[in-house]
Write a protein that binds this ligand. Sequence first.
Ligand code: PLP
Length: 394
Amino acid sequence: MTETIMRTADRVIAATYKRFPVVMERGQGCTLWDTQGRRYTDFVAGIAVCNLGHAHPRIADAVARQAGQLVHVSNLYYTIPQTELASLLVEHSFADRVFFGNSGAEANEAAIKLARKFFKDDRQPERFRIVSMEKSFHGRTMATLSATGQDKIRQGFDPVLEGFSFVPFNDIEALKSAVDDHTCAVMLEPIQGEGGVRCPDPGFLQQVRALCDQRGVLMILDEIQTGMGRTGTLFAHEQYGVTPDIMTLAKALANGLPIGAMLATERVAAAFGIGAHASTFGGTPLVAAAAAETLKIMIAEQIVDRARETGDYFKDALQRLKSRHPCIADVRGNGLLLGIQLDRPAEGLVPVLMEKGFLVNCVQGDILRFVPPLIIRKNEIDALVQCLDEVLTR
Ligand code: PLP
């Protein structure tokens, strides 16, 4: 059966994904099982998506209840789950308003459109340019790949959208030179995820905020990977003493159901009036109910504090591993967004660890990234670190 599934998939699904030769069938908490009955501890979590683990009973119940009541209606009408979710997000963030889409890319599309519209409405139509960071990742739609500072993502899709430029992450002087009277926004991830788990230097995000204020430019934070408790605070920017004008979320927001959200202050969100933007499925009741339940569990069970504490434990263990293995050049990240950079290619380690029952992921060729569910236990972390120790010794 496994072989048939893989062969059929390779024939009928667009060949955009390089996949490992396993068919995943079932999950529970931080464990996944494939169709051969092999068991894996999941340090990928759908790439920072399933923060509360797989098959969470309360989320499964919320989805089942909502599915039996109302899956979808148009945004022509109000619904209870969408209103509840937006209220929770507003209550727990800097934002006054939320626009819902279905993915991270769509959340960023909305942010880009809102930044441009804000200045059009302000009679400054010449301000439409966005400065973002080298090695950033903001998505795969035309606008979001235009905002992404990695050539390999943009390759083959020229001409990209006009109005995007890039500066090195953590280079405030370069950013000061790049921001001009045509800039509407600076867009960045608080910690670069796909770019290799790169943290901001002390003070960098505050300098970006100050520059944006000085130049009258909007600050867009892409918290699609860093948000929802991943880095040890509900949103990563809280740790760096800055507040954006616009923030985007997706990934973990509904613990695995597809959703994206763009949050903004009232002043900025006012540019999105009736008809300015829309999405058929955005904030649809089924997904919104899952997201609202996810957020309620996270708050009631103090999952964010737990992620911070477990993340510190994990990072310490990785630092100790580094002291024993000179091939580990760096240990980076915050909370449960962690990475080790090797002094050599790291891709080959992924199938080796998989063979031993651990799912991890490699970014930028030489970095192993760890983004487990936030409910990961210390003994599961110990087991992975011990396995890494053995594999690196070999
Ligand atoms: N922004 C960041 C920081 C991401 O990590 C990702 C996905 O990895 C995206 C945007 C795009 O999200 P999606 O794949 O849901 O469109």
